[in-house]
Design a protein around this ligand. Structure first.
Ligand code: FES
Length: 80
């Protein structure tokens, strides 16, 4: 598997809706961060991650692509 790109060294703060399926960009190349743009990951060997949240709200999605709890920021970016 290829190393993902790091679009930014901090999380993306986004509003998410409960039970709506989202596709998180895992390759770091999407032009629609932090979400998959359905084309940039091709040939990277890295697939997007489908996820949902249980409640409407504001979430921090990982922008460094190094989190151990994707798609959510786990503060790993602070040690990069
Ligand atoms: S932005 Fe990646 S762990 Fe925080």
């Amino acid at each position: 598997m290829n190393e993902p790109n790091m679009p930014q060294k901090k999380p993306y703060v986004v509003e998410l809706k409960a039970d709506q399926p989202y596709l998180y960009c895992s390759c770091g190349k999407s032009g629609n961060q932090p979400f998959c743009d359905k084309s940039s990951h091709k040939d990277t060997g890295v697939l997007p991650r489908k996820f949902t949240v249980e409640t409407d709200g504001t979430y921090k999605l990982c922008g460094c692509k190094k989190t151990k709890n994707p798609p959510f920021c786990d503060q790993t970016h602070k040690s990069l």
